[in-house]
Unconditional design. Structure first.
Length: 752
């Protein structure tokens, strides 16, 4: 101890609010100056401690308070600020003589003994500052639970991407970036990953499940690579496989899978984005020459945003209206050459470059126009429709409408790959932000160390709720993939609707989660080196390609209404009575005063309560929308107009349906998890997902009189509590995504 330590309490109190006022500075300077028991050197040292141009560091402040706290602990009978100063000085006689001066200084600074001692006696560690990461479950086992049957393919892709050839590229030179992405695709094709879903006879492995896993794993890397890969091996290759027949498979599939034949998927037109049925490109058949003439009738009918078109594509699956002898047979698919083997554009083909985009600049999106381009008859992809030997149109599906949707239904895989890719991007962002939040320290209790920002409740809400949603979407997409792989003709429409809805919900989630991750990382999240900008920009288009999300949600709502009508149409009198009785029992059970205001922890955390609440909202919205549409139509409104009037209700119907499906699949995944520690963490995540969704929709639940205000308030508190309880698991849960450091590649996600 030194006698100058007597000043520590006064210095700490004046600096602890990070601001030394002019009056405080003057009072301290005058006090030091009149103390004749201090040497000149000691006074100089003390003046240094109150130099406003060089304030003490936080570590210095922490040291001061630590010494003060230790002194109080050693001398519990200290009853005043001066007593504390006297003990800190080692009971120096000079300090004792200056007691009145010290008392006057305290009065000048506005320091009251009781408040000051209480402040110093507070512990250094608080509940907030002491919360930290704990490994309460085996991360490897959680990863195994997430990857499930596709773990081998997933791990293989991650290992390949972690090698030197796949190091991230500086994307400011777009031409060089496109070539790098093309080179990456070739490397993946050489690893036989491009052809993995194709039949074994054409160089593939007939493994569609692994194809989806490959797409998901690739999405932890550069998303331009994912889209380029998906266009080549998914859209272009799968269109040939699923819309073509044996002759097309033999001619094209092997070369597509090895990237010897780069191609495009030319569906979208400038004036007909999501309205595929309204496409205007024509394919006119001439029986005498056994050819089709593909033509773009006006600029608005040009193919636009076509991946692989601007630079690398040599052929394309072109969707066009089939015209035979003046009759329009609707949209069909044709293989059309674009460039020769040397990359030169063929006669009649005009290709433009879409140029720089908001993201995905490693993909060469372009426009394509056809000026009377003649192709042979066999270039029609004729699995569902064909031109017979007499030059007539024939199909096993007589309805143009049904044939059109059957053709598109075979390509629903794209609406599974895209949300899985988006979710991987969201997982990357969450892993970066959560790891940074665990190490980034800011503020903290007075006298204590700074606190990890992930310990703050608001920060937990910003990141742990999206983390819960990421897990929820993961298991829902796994369910969708299984349904797709095991589909039958009877459930095709249901799978298409579910795929459309999950594509919309997951890509919207990814967009919002990445924005939250960016903000949660502050200025560091704005730096390109930490990759969140690339993840945000590249996934922005996910909400509108493979179908605009809002349009897709309308498709889901229409499907739900059709199922609703079908359900009632198949009921006899006894079924109807039973249905009404079940609904009445549900209403009596769920809307009685006790249930509406039940705020006990056991009730709020009950998975059955969560599922009942989701189902109630879904059924109520569906019935309400159906009744409204019927009323509008009964009043004489055209069905098209009625649907437009009720469009916002349709979107609510679709969202409620999908939220229920996601929750059901998350709960099912939790129940099937064998490792008890992993299951416990997942249970809390599932409860957080459910309650956060109820909180989001609390206005609806209050309007529907399903809950009272006291209950929604209790749910908000429970969400906060779950976030707090999950905080020690946050980093391990993010690490369970098993994203290699080489792919995450964000300095802030690496502990110093």
């Amino acid at each position: 101890m030194a006698k100058t330590d007597a000043f520590l309490p006064y210095f700490w109190l004046t600096w602890s609010d990070d601001l030394l006022t002019k009056n405080e500075l003057t009072a301290l300077q005058q006090f030091i100056g009149i103390q004749d028991w201090l040497t000149t050197a000691e006074k100089k040292q003390l003046y240094t401690s109150i130099d406003i141009t060089a304030p003490p560091s936080r570590d210095t402040l922490v040291d001061w308070k630590s010494r003060i706290h230790q002194t109080l602990a050693q001398h519990p009978r200290i009853g005043s600020l001066f007593d504390l100063a006297f003990e800190l000085s080692g009971r120096d006689s000079g300090v004792q003589k200056a007691q009145n001066d010290f008392l006057q200084l305290a009065q000048t600074l506005g320091l009251l003994d009781g408040e000051v001692l209480k402040e110093f006696q507070s512990p250094h560690q608080t509940r907030t500052s002491s919360h930290e990461t704990i490994h309460r479950f085996d991360i490897g086992k959680m990863t195994e639970r997430l990857d499930a049957e596709t773990a081998t393919a997933t791990q293989r892709v991650k290992s390949i991407l972690s090698t030197i050839p796949f190091e991230y590229h500086d994307d400011r030179d777009i031409d060089a970036y496109r070539e790098k992405v093309y080179e990456w695709c070739k490397l993946l094709a050489n690893e036989q990953l491009g052809s993995i879903a194709y039949p074994k006879a054409y160089g593939g492995q007939d493994d569609v499940a692994s194809y989806f896993a490959v797409m998901e794993a690739l999405s932890y890397h550069d998303l331009s690579l994912v889209i380029k890969f998906g266009v080549q091996f998914g859209l272009w290759g799968m269109s040939v496989q699923l819309l073509g027949t044996e002759k097309h498979h033999q001619k094209y599939l092997k070369d597509i899978g090895t990237l010897k034949l780069p191609g495009c998927f030319a569906m979208t037109e400038t004036h007909h984005g999501s309205n595929v049925k309204g496409l205007e490109t024509t394919a006119t058949y001439d029986h005498q020459s056994q050819t089709f003439t593909v033509h773009t009738p006006h600029p608005g009918a040009q193919k636009e945003y076509i991946g692989n078109a601007a630079k690398h594509g040599r052929m394309a699956t072109v969707f066009a209206k089939l015209l035979v002898n003046g009759t329009d047979y609707g949209v069909n698919a044709f293989v059309v050459p674009l460039r020769d083997a040397q990359g030169q554009t063929l006669p009649g083909i005009a290709i433009g470059d879409c140029g720089p985009k908001m993201g995905l600049n490693g993909v060469d999106n372009g426009t394509i126009r056809f000026d009377q381009v003649v192709i042979p008859k066999e270039n029609m992809l004729d699995r569902f429709a064909r031109i017979n030997d007499l030059g007539g149109f024939e199909s096993d599906i007589p309805s143009d409408n049904r044939r059109f949707f059957t053709m598109l239904g075979t390509l629903v895989g794209g609406r599974i790959g895209i949300p899985r890719s988006a979710l991987s991007a969201a997982k990357s962002g969450l892993a970066i932000a959560i790891k940074y939040g665990d190490t980034r320290r800011q503020f903290g209790p007075d006298g204590g160390s700074e606190t990890p920002i992930l310990n703050y409740r608001v920060h937990q809400r910003r990141l742990l709720i999206p983390l819960a949603h990421a897990y929820a979407h993961h298991f829902a997409l796994s369910h969708l993939t299984d349904c797709f792989l095991q589909r039958s003709e009877e459930d095709q429409q249901q799978i298409e609707a579910l795929a459309a809805g999950m594509k919309a919900m997951t890509t919207w989630f990814a967009r919002d989660a990445l924005q939250e991750c960016r903000e949660a990382c502050g200025g560091k999240g704005y730096l390109s080196e930490n990759r969140i900008d690339a993840l945000k920009n590249d996934t922005e288009i996910y909400t509108t390609f493979e179908g605009d999300n809002t349009v897709l949600m309308q498709l889901v709502a229409k499907n739900r209404l059709a199922e609703f009508r079908k359900k009632f149409g198949e009921m006899d009198a006894s079924d109807m009575i039973g249905y009404v009785w079940d609904k009445t029992k549900t209403a009596l059970t769920e809307k009685n005063p006790i249930a509406r205001r039940n705020t006990t922890d056991a009730h709020l955390l009950d998975p059955l309560f969560h599922l009942q609440a989701f189902r109630y909202r879904e059924h109520h919205l569906l019935e309400s929308a159906a009744k409204r549409l019927k009323r509008l139509i009964d009043d004489g409104m055209d069905a098209y107009d009625a649907f437009n009037v009720a469009q916002h209700q349709m979107l609510a119907v679709a969202r409620a349906f999908l939220e229920r499906v996601i929750l059901e699949q998350f709960q099912a995944a939790v129940s099937k998890t064998k490792d008890k520690k992993c299951q416990a963490a997942m249970e809390n995540l599932c409860k957080l997902y459910a309650l956060s969704q109820i909180e989001t929709n609390k206005g609806w639940y209050l309007e529907a009189d399903y809950m009272e205000g006291a209950k929604t308030k209790a749910i908000r508190k429970m969400v906060n509590q779950l976030c707090w309880e999950l905080r020690p698991d946050a980093v391990p849960l993010a690490e369970a995504f098993a994203i290699p450091d080489a792919l995450l590649a964000a300095p802030i996600a690496t502990k110093p």
